[in-house]
Ligand binder design. Structure first.
Ligand code: SF4
Ligand code: SF4
Length: 456
């Protein structure tokens, strides 16, 4: 049977061979742990500790500010060294809680106590996930708190719960390894999620080349009539919500659709593992899967790393650099961000550090030229956009036409940039344009509100 997938997309060169099949190393950091207060959508969390306070691993150090926000949990023990502005992994300055790590990782009371989720009410399950500070942990996802995703307006309309195990970005293999080594964590989280959606079928969607992961998960779900593994075609961006919904259900997402109004809830497999730990082990979100890789890294590998760990320290744990990197990326090479300073912490939404001796864009580049109207970008776009036309209007700041051509539906996946023979930075231009349009709309809304207030 043909593997399910979506229209468009690209097949970027792998890089996964550097870490594929390498066992997860559970790394305990030695240095300070740094926790930015904005690691999720919604308002920044509010610190509930102050400088000098002793802290235990698993302790809430910042409380969610509202339902769309998320708790921040200390992943280590020690004392609060500072609460100060620091550069975060997202490349912005944010207030951060800095913990002087005593290296003991002494757990707060009750952390790690097993609990049977069957004995809990749905409300208690959601509360545990909320308390644990779990958010979407998939690459490129904006960190929506998981309790929000698990409480849609009409849970009875959800007929698919999709566990996203596609991990379609090149180089990254931490999800794949998690599924292969710890399938019980992923399936355990999915079983809990399915309790909340009695009408839903569980589908674990995995790209077909992740054979060990497919085998391990298939064996874990044996005999469970509600859960199936669906191998998907290996293609980028297979893991975007729009493409997953289409591949799994055949339903097409329009620009104003959400997975929920098409009857689907999607969680990354790492998120489901965190749900399992939160509910069944009373373990809040303290660590996550992380790949350190690239041809400049001495010993690329997959890690389970404590949140707040310094990236430079983690790189040393992977043997450090064996060559001078020309490009260092946090996240995947398609949607991640180039960084120049490694003194940043591992935060919830990030899953890889990639150090490359050649800049893939520069290498393939040659010269940036004018569009040669080859149409490759339009064939690659998974949303069905015409990137060369969007670029034409974006460059001329003709935002009305950009919007009319559905430019706001751009996923920012970078498939068009990757395929473009003229090496035009299309995705970067679209990100900038969408940001400008959002900014202009916010300014206009504020002016309208001001005008309205003046006429009352
Ligand atoms: S970045 Fe946007 S325009 Fe380009 S391929 Fe992806 S969705 Fe299409
Ligand atoms: S792929 Fe590049 S050169 Fe070809 S049509 Fe698109 S923007 Fe133009």
């Amino acid at each position: 049977m043909a593997l399910k997938s979506f229209r468009g997309g690209v097949r970027p060169a792998g890089g996964k061979e550097l870490t594929r099949g390498k066992p997860i190393q559970f790394y305990l950091p030695k240095g300070d742990l740094v926790f930015p207060l904005s690691q999720h959508t919604g308002k920044p969390a509010i610190p509930v500790v102050k400088k000098g306070d002793p802290v235990l691993a698993g302790q809430v150090i910042a409380k969610a500010d509202g339902y769309n926000s998320a708790n921040i949990i200390s992943s280590g023990s020690g004392k609060v060294k500072a609460i100060e502005a620091r550069m975060t992994t997202a490349g912005v300055v944010d207030r951060c809680i800095v913990i002087e790590n005593d290296g003991q990782f002494t757990l707060a009371e009750g952390i790690g106590t097993p609990c049977n989720y069957q004995d809990l009410t749905d409300k208690e399950i959601i509360q545990k996930i909320m308390d644990a500070g779990v958010i979407g942990l998939g690459q490129g996802v904006t960190g929506v708190p998981t309790h929000v995703k698990l409480t849609p307006a009409h849970p009875e309309d959800i007929d698919y719960f999709i566990a996203n195990g596609s991990e379609c970005e090149p180089y990254i293999t931490c999800d794949e390894q998690l599924m292969a080594e710890k399938p019980e964590w992923v399936v355990g989280g999915l079983k809990i999620a399915l309790r909340l959606f009695p009408e839903a079928k569980g589908v674990i969607a995995i790209e077909a080349d992740k054979k060990d992961a497919i085998e391990a998960i298939s064996s874990e779900i044996k005999g469970n009539g509600r859960i199936e593994v669906m191998p998907l075609k290996v293609k980028y961006p297979q893991g975007s919500e729009r493409n997953l919904v289409h591949a799994v259900t055949g339903r097409k997402m329009a620009s104003d659709d959400t997975p929920e109004n098409l009857g689907c809830v999607i969680n990354n497999v790492t998120t489901l593992a965190a749900v399992y730990h939160a509910v069944c082990m009373n373990e809040p979100l303290m660590e996550k899967g992380f790949t350190v890789t690239g041809d400049a890294v001495a010993n690329p590998g997959n890690f389970m790393v404590k949140l707040g760990t310094n990236l430079r320290e983690l790189l040393e744990a992977a043997g450090g650099l064996k060559a001078e990197p020309k490009k260092v990326i946090i996240g995947g090479p398609m949607m991640g961000m180039a960084i120049t300073n490694l003194d940043r912490p591992v935060a919830k939404p990030y899953n890889a550090l990639i150090c490359l001796t050649e800049d893939p864009v520069e290498k393939a580049d040659g010269q940036l030229t004018h569009c040669i109207r080859c149409g490759r970008c339009a064939r690659a776009c998974p949303v069905g956009l015409v990137p060369q036309m969007l670029a034409f209007y974006a460059e001329r700041k003709d935002y009305d036409r950009y919007i009319k051509l559905h430019g706001l539906d751009c996923l920012g996946c970078g498939a068009c940039t990757y395929i473009c023979p003229a090496k035009r930075p299309l995705m970067q231009l679209f990100k900038l344009t969408k940001g400008t349009i959002a900014h202009n709309e916010a300014v206009q809304a504020a002016k309208n509100a001001e005008k309205e207030a003046a006429t009352v």
